[in-house]
Design a binder for this molecule. Structure first.
Ligand SMILES: Cc1ncc(COP(=O)(O)O)c(C=O)c1O
Length: 443
């Protein structure tokens, strides 16, 4: 059933001076905007001393729990040595991190590039793809994709509501993708996947002017609605890219470093792209992102990709400590075990709470859709907003989907080293929250 996706309101990093001066008071009309002052592991505290269990991992980027002492020590030690270096110099953390990433790289993705934001990593991947396919002008993306907030990556993402930057955005070609919960025409997901592959091939052959340089996708679509793309679709795209000599980019900024229960979604699916982006969890809370590219691709030439803070040695030292901790603490295993526990408990909750429509993994990429009616799958957006607000009051931060997909998704994505006890508490609170919303008749 096509229920017409409403891309809903947004969040912003922009804080005006007036708001900054109100730092100890709730912003008028928004008692959900709490001021965080401390974090440790899966816990955060606000300026009133209230403790919260953080099932958002702060934009799904604390794969290792917040302020892990190993990461903080590594960052402080690096700060005493050198904090900034021009991109044309090496630093020890850069060399160490590159060696670590090469050790865990899927396939031959051993050419590494760095920057500080996921959006810039996506731009780097796009640039590298076009660099390798001169004369081609098109880049294909998926309809519910999310690739960032720079001008270019917004254009590569789902059609943003009221996008004021349209006139200066580069153009991408958006193609449909399967959605296991909402397949087209009541197809089963495999038939929907085949249909989408056929439409993609039609687009390459007849839907674009000139050649296609790259196809870019998130293997598990994060902000666009936690859509877990079927393996058949991803394998089919790999095959199409091989047959048409198109660069395949996987944006793993949200799925990298253990979140899915495997080090990368590429390992989870057993499919290797030509370029992979990474970000979020790699820096242990410090800003860092980048790309891992195939040895078969040519690299950049001098001056094509050099940013002043392209390598931040402090974040890189933190990343080395983070990756070591993710590996030595077996956090991929923990993500799988805890994720299985969470989805199993959510299925138990679904037996009591008709609001729960669909439950998704894998690993700690856990979410569920709230629906007004399981037959029509009509999104219960108000209820989703209430889960966030009531969870906050009870000391648990659940992830919501204010800005994407259907606006009715709740995410339970704590750090990968969250304990079973903490996860159990998050789900107990959720049980109470859903019960209270249903009792109030909110959908
Ligand atoms: C898949 C994906 N790509 C790119 C980005 C953009 O990363 P950043 O916010 O670090 O620029 C995000 C952020 O949520 C993401 O989930």
């Amino acid at each position: 059933m096509n229920i017409g996706r409403q891309k809903v309101a947004d969040e912003s990093n922009y804080i005006d001076v007036g708001r900054k001066s109100l730092v100890h008071d709730p912003v008028e009309g928004d008692d959900t905007k709490i001021t965080l002052v401390r974090a440790l592991g899966s816990l955060v505290w606000d300026d009133k001393g209230k403790e919260y269990l953080d099932c958002t991992s702060q934009a799904w980027s604390n794969n290792l729990g917040a302020n892990d002492p190993r990461v903080i020590d590594a960052a402080i030690a690096q700060m005493r040595e050198i904090t900034h270096a021009r991109p044309n110099f090496n630093t020890l953390p850069l060399l160490e991190l590159t060696a670590r990433l090469r050790d865990i790289a899927p396939g031959d993705l051993t050419r590494i590039g760095y920057c500080l934001h996921g959006s810039l990593a996506v731009e780097m991947a796009i640039k590298l793809a076009f660099r390798n396919k001169p004369g081609r002008h098109n880049l294909i993306v998926l309809q519910d994709a999310y690739h960032g907030r720079s001008i270019t990556t917004m254009a590569a993402s789902w059609p943003h509501p009221n996008n004021p930057f349209l006139s200066i955005q580069p153009r991408f070609v958006r193609v449909p993708h399967p959605d296991p919960y909402r397949p087209r025409l009541d197809f089963d997901v495999e038939t929907d996947s085949k249909l989408c592959l056929q439409l993609l091939e039609d687009t390459i052959q007849r839907g674009v002017d000139g050649g296609v340089a790259a196809i870019m996708l998130e293997p598990i679509m994060g902000n666009g609605g936690h859509i877990v793309l079927p393996r058949s679709f991803l394998a089919g795209i790999r095959d199409i890219c091989d047959r048409y000599d198109i660069v395949l980019i996987w944006d793993e900024i949200q799925s990298c470093f253990g979140r899915t229960g495997a080090m990368f979604a590429s390992d989870y699916y057993g499919i290797v792209p030509d370029i992979m982006t990474f970000g979020k969890g790699v820096g242990g809370g410090f800003p860092l992102a980048g790309i891992m590219a195939s040895e078969k691709l040519a690299g950049f030439q001098s001056g094509e990709d050099a940013l002043t803070f392209g390598q931040f040695p402090v974040a890189m030292a933190a990343a080395v400590a983070t990756l070591d901790a993710i590996i030595s603490d077996n956090l991929c295993d923990n993500a799988r075990k805890l994720g299985n526990y969470a989805t199993q408990r959510l299925h138990e909750l679904a037996a009591r709470h008709p609001l729960i429509g669909d439950i998704r993994g894998p690993g700690l990429f856990v979410s569920f859709e709230l629906v007004k009616d399981r037959a029509t799958k009509e999104p219960a957006c108000r209820a989703a907003g209430e889960v966030y607000k009531r969870g906050l009051k009870r000391g648990v931060l659940y992830g919501e989907s204010r800005y994407a997909g259907l606006g009715n998704l709740i995410k339970v994505k704590p750090p990968l080293d969250c304990t079973l006890q903490q996860m159990s508490h998050a789900l107990d609170v959720l049980d109470g929250v859903l019960g209270s919303i249903e009792a109030d008749g909110i959908a």
